[in-house]
Design a protein around this ligand. Structure first.
Ligand SMILES: *Cc1c(COP(=O)(O)O)cnc(C)c1O
Length: 410
């Protein structure tokens, strides 16, 4: 076989050791390859053509490749596609959704500042705020995401960041997004949305009203973007070039990077994300409505159900788009152990964290120690909660599984 595109075929025949000839092999495949998948570029070392290029100062304007940690053509391609998905102009990638949460808070906050979080914020965001941010002298308070008036009264000159989550974790209240954002805009406070639930599909976080929306949107790509339940990754998106520069600078301090095998997996997931999102949300809504009719269930939490907290706010920003999650609050007559037994009796639902992968999941939650504000129901009205995440199984198999486990509950 002849290798085209090399200086001379004699070059291959020079007397170099077996290892050297592999490391410095200069075969170039024929030009003209074209295929839909993005070629995956892996590197720690990025090669400079000469020392003059090495010594050239890094350009602020143009991205120049200097080291694999700062991104390669494949990770930059994924970042651009995530930005498009979210309706943003810039995106950064980090090793997990949680890393994206921490990156956002550390970029926006310094000692003496205050951050406000919805009481139903993702549990690990609460954990980072109570632990790491407190240790750095950053104050926090939790707000009721359904009460924008009370929220506006909490804002002070020290409030530098407001976290939003739509819908909120576990209890899935949909916040008064427009009301909360208006209050922040009036005071010039930066807003960051955890957009994992919406995944860029339920609404455009940067166009919640004509011409405006949140400043930052982070997403656990671990969930819908990957879709495979086999990758951990996070992204932070923005339309603000200066915020993007600040995120990039913090990424460098923290040494965050993403593996290109993971980049490849998420790139493969993106074209089917809209189909998966629509399919999973349709089954979730169907089963949420069915669960509402079961006598052992006191209430079902799902933003598209008219009696779910924040339903009207959900309608304001998303005519459709309701993700793959719902929670069922069981009648208070059932003990937590009985509800655990119900979850153990399920055969189509795995027991475990994360969601939006192929397998449906069910997790019982005791929220009594993880919230600062009262829950939207009293202990007389509802007992243990189970959060369901719908995967890609057939809806009738999931319904039959729920029915048999409910029958055992009695
Ligand atoms: C899963 C999740 C995260 C964190 O993502 P990881 O990749 O698991 O760290 C953040 N926010 C929300 C709402 C999530 O569901």
């Amino acid at each position: 076989m002849t290798a085209s595109g090399v200086d001379s075929e004699e070059h291959f025949l020079t007397k170099r050791g077996k290892s050297t000839e592999q490391v410095h092999h200069d075969y170039q495949p024929p030009a003209g390859w074209a295929a839909m998948p993005v070629p995956i570029a892996k590197a720690s070392t990025v090669l400079f053509p000469d020392t003059a290029a090495l010594h050239r100062p890094r350009s602020r304007e143009a991205m120049t490749y200097r080291y694999g940690l700062q991104g390669t053509p494949s990770s930059l391609t994924l970042a651009a596609r995530i930005a498009t998905l979210e309706g943003a102009t810039h995106a950064v990638l980090v090793p997990s959704g949680l890393a994206a949460v921490t990156l956002t808070s550390l970029t926006m906050l310094k000692p003496g500042d205050e951050v406000l979080l919805p009481d139903n914020v993702y549990g690990q965001n609460r954990h980072v705020t109570l632990g790491l941010l407190s240790r750095l002298g950053i104050q926090h308070r939790f707000y009721d995401p359904l009460d924008a008036t009370a929220f506006a009264a909490m804002l002070t000159d020290r409030t530098r960041l407001v976290w939003l989550e739509a819908a909120g974790s576990i209890t899935l209240e949909f916040p008064d997004l427009l009301g909360l954002l208006r209050a922040c805009r009036a005071r010039g406070i930066t807003t960051a949305l955890d957009n994992t639930w919406g995944a860029g599909m339920a609404f455009n976080a940067f166009e919640l009203a004509p011409g405006w929306g949140v400043d930052l949107s982070m997403q656990a790509l671990t969930k819908f973007a990957s879709g495979g339940a086999d990758v951990l990754m996070g992204a932070v998106c923005t339309r603000d070039a200066s915020l993007h520069r600040r995120l990039d600078e913090m990424i460098e301090y923290l040494g965050y990077g993403v593996g290109q095998n993971d980049v490849e997996a998420v790139l493969r997931g993106l074209p089917s994300l809209p189909l998966r999102y629509r399919a999973q949300e349709a089954v979730a809504l169907d089963l949420a409505r069915w669960m509402q009719q079961q006598p052992s269930v006191a209430r079902v939490l799902h933003p598209a159900l008219p009696d779910s907290p924040g339903h009207a706010y959900w309608q304001q920003v998303s005519a459709e788009g309701s993700s793959c999650l719902f929670s069922a609050v069981f009648q208070p007559r059932y003990s937590a152990a009985q509800v655990d037994a119900f979850v153990d009796a399920l055969t189509c639902f795995g027991i475990g964290y994360s969601w939006a992968g192929p397998m449906s999941l069910a997790v019982p939650y005791d929220l009594t120690h993880s919230r600062s504000l009262p829950l939207p129901w009293t202990p007389q009205e509802g007992g243990t909660l189970v959060r369901f995440a719908i995967g890609l199984e057939d809806v009738e198999d999931l319904r039959a599984d729920l029915a048999q486990a409910l029958a055992r509950l009695g």
